[in-house]
Design a protein around this ligand. Structure first.
Ligand code: KIV
Length: 279
């Protein structure tokens, strides 16, 4: 595609304007090559703090740092031309208060080129969201199951069943009123996700929510079958690349041990060939 024909990456207001329109497509990414693969297919790419569990082997997202997010954010940005990049604020970088949140959000955006930050929380984060948005930082909210609060939620449970539905609905209203341009609904029952989508004026992005949401997001290593430690019910494996990669590694190990790799075509001759392909 020529530089002039290239589609421009959407910004937060373009994403907001997609409310009720064709579904928004999103995946997480943590590296340049993966970002390149998804750039043409996604409206926005999230540098999720899931990077801690997916790439760094942590058992939760709580140990993810600003430095990790900045390094992965810079890598992902290098792989994107036409998708917007959103970056997660790590645990304990925004909960203390709006001024702290602003300092860290501004650093994430300035050092990675992200077009927006994402933070977890509903009613209790509304004041911080308002503060950031008023000062030029677009915020994607994340409610329902918020993995950074795993220790107070008591596990990775569905959020918003029965009488808890009103709490999640109140969170959705609060973040929309505070100025978030879109809201992720994680592990929220289908009927409630549809109700929130109908009631709030900003796009809802489902992960374990409903096909009726304004868009969907998945963790890329989950949907490609690279992350096999566990598979949440809401993940569809579109490929099983983990076992394929392991089989390739096992074949390589067997060939090295059998001295059948490298073969003739992988090694260099002692004399320079007269002409032909580089040897
Ligand atoms: O960190 C992440 O990958 C996320 C998605 C699950 C929405 O927040």
């Amino acid at each position: 595609m020529s530089a002039t024909a290239r589609k421009k990456a959407p910004n937060a207001e373009d994403i907001r304007a997609r409310k009720g329109s064709d579904p928004l497509v999103s995946l997480t990414a943590y590296t340049t090559p993966m970002a390149r693969l998804m750039d043409a297919h996604c409206d926005f790419v999230l540098v999720g703090d899931s990077v801690g569990m997916v790439l760094h082997g942590l058992t939760s997202t709580l140990g993810v740092t600003m430095e990790m997010m900045i390094m992965h954010g810079q890598a992902v940005q290098r792989g994107l031309d036409t998708a917007m990049m959103v970056i997660d604020m790590p645990f304990a970088t925004y909960e203390h208060g709006p001024a702290d949140a602003f300092r860290n959000a501004a650093r994430l955006m300035a050092e990675t080129g992200a077009g927006a930050v994402k933070l977890e929380g509903g009613v209790e984060m509304a004041e911080t969201i308002r503060f950031l948005v008023k000062r030029g930082i677009p915020v994607m909210a994340h409610i329902g199951l918020t993995p950074q609060s795993i220790n107070t939620l008591g596990g990775y449970k569905v959020q918003g069943r029965d009488e808890q539905a009103e709490t999640v609905l109140a969170d959705a209203r609060a973040v929309a009123e505070a100025g978030a341009f879109c809201v992720v609904l994680e592990k929220v029952p289908q009927g409630l996700a549809n109700r929130i989508t109908d009631e709030v004026a900003i796009p809802t992005i489902g992960i374990g929510a409903s096909a009726g949401c304004d868009g969907q997001i998945l963790v890329v290593d989950d949907m490609l079958g690279f992350f096999t430690a566990f598979k949440p019910k809401f993940v569809k494996r579109y490929a099983d690349l983990g076992p394929m990669a392991e089989a390739a590694i096992a074949e390589y190990a067997a060939e090295v041990r059998a001295r059948s790799f490298p073969a003739d075509q992988h090694v260099f001759s002692d004399q320079a060939p007269a002409k032909g392909p580089k040897a």
